[in-house]
Design a protein around this ligand. Structure first.
Ligand code: IPM
Ligand code: MG
Length: 352
């Protein structure tokens, strides 16, 4: 088969790590008889530098015309310390989510045996933890109106809104993931305080009868934050709104000790975007030392989620496991010999 894949390498280490994932995808294509056509476009700080827009129209069009999008990272320190900058790389990310209708961010949280000692938690607590955080990505306080400041500049406000349809759409995905896994869904909200959370809970409760084999429980977000630390193994699929999901998905990924290895998918109405959960790591840019594994595993999610190529995705996960066993890894995850970003990518491609 023929597939069109848009590449948005972005800023910092983005281009180096995306390059490795492309090597691996090409090897998969060869082995399984697929042709992947790659086309590249700008997003983030590099797009601002060239066009003044962090998510240019051309990039949007390319994404819309593609079967899936592989994304590196965005962000540049020159914007982080300038709260008055009117155009920011992060706006590119939000524009991409909104315009492509990327309503669900999916982050699998799993541990790697060889890295478990890097977890900030006790090993027996976290070893074997395996759950998925599903975050609503185009609603809530990130996008609600009105937002801004009063005229005297002394008061600011943001608005959190959710419609029943938005809640149904993301919850349906949560149920579907749970059905494929351990059949347990945890709905995280703040229904003791927020009106949006109460609508959320009511909407989910109305859906429960349609998913009889899924066990549903409800948890307030503060409690969920605690339980992720205390009993990470108890979760299977967690579904939550945008900002709670932003916070909990970072918390959940860091307890594995493998932040640099975790992929994510943002599932969209028009097309889906796959990206490593780590950022643009500006200190490492151009040094050929960044860990490409999270991006390579994002490519595996791309094959599985967008192109329905399950066996091909498994081949990528298998070769990643093999590379870790063989010690073909970058400096961040070894105390022994460290390989370069490009060497790890080449090894993976050659051993697929
Ligand atoms: C994320 C990031 C973004 C978010 C930022 C960079 C806008 O933290 O993807 O989780 O808050 O959604
Ligand atoms: Mg975040």
């Amino acid at each position: 088969m023929n597939y069109n894949i848009a590449l948005l390498p972005g800023d910092g280490i983005g281009p180096e790590i995306v390059e490795q994932a492309v090597k691996v995808l090409k090897a998969v294509g060869k082995k399984f008889n697929h042709t992947f056509e790659f086309k590249e476009a700008l997003v983030g700080a590099c797009a601002i530098d060239e066009t003044g827009n962090p998510f240019p129209e051309e990039t949007f069009k390319l994404c819309m015309d593609s079967d899936a999008v592989l994304f590196g990272a965005i962000g540049d320190p020159k914007y982080d310390n300038d709260p008055k900058a009117t155009v920011r790389p992060e706006q590119g990310l939000l524009a991409m989510r909104k315009k492509l209708g990327l309503y669900a961010n999916i982050r699998p949280v799993s541990t790697f045996k060889s890295l478990i000692h890097k977890s900030p938690l006790r090993q027996d607590l976290v070893e074997g933890a395996d759950f998925v955080v599903i975050r609503e990505l185009t609603g809530g306080i990130y996008f609600g109106e009105p937002r801004g400041r009063t005229e005297d500049q002394n008061k600011a406000y943001d608005t959190c809104t959710y419609t029943r349809e938005e809640i149904q759409r993301i919850t349906k995905l949560g149920f579907e993931y749970a059905a494929k896994r351990d059949k347990r869904l945890t709905v995280v909200d703040k229904a003791n305080i927020l009106a949006t959370s109460r609508l959320w809970r009511e909407t989910v409760q109305d859906m429960v009868p349609d998913y009889k084999d899924i066990e549903v429980d409800y948890m307030f977000v503060d409690n969920a934050a605690m339980q992720i630390i205390q009993w990470p193994k108890k979760f299977d699929v967690m579904v939550t709104e945008n900002m709670f999901g932003d916070i909990l998905s970072d918390e959940a990924s860091v307890i594995t000790g493998s932040l640099g290895l975790l992929p994510s998918a943002s599932v969209g109405i028009h097309t889906s975007v796959f990206e490593p959960i780590h950022g643009s790591y500006p200190q490492a840019t151009g040094k050929d030392i960044a860990n490409p594994i999270a991006t390579v595993l994002s490519a595996a999610m791309l094959l599985e989620v967008s192109l329905d190529l399950t066996e091909e995705a498994r081949a990528i996960r298998d070769v990643v496991d093999k590379s870790m066993e063989a010690g073909i890894v970058t400096e961040d995850i070894t105390d022994g010999q460290a390989y370069k970003t490009s060497e790890v990518g080449t090894w993976l491609a050659e051993n697929i």
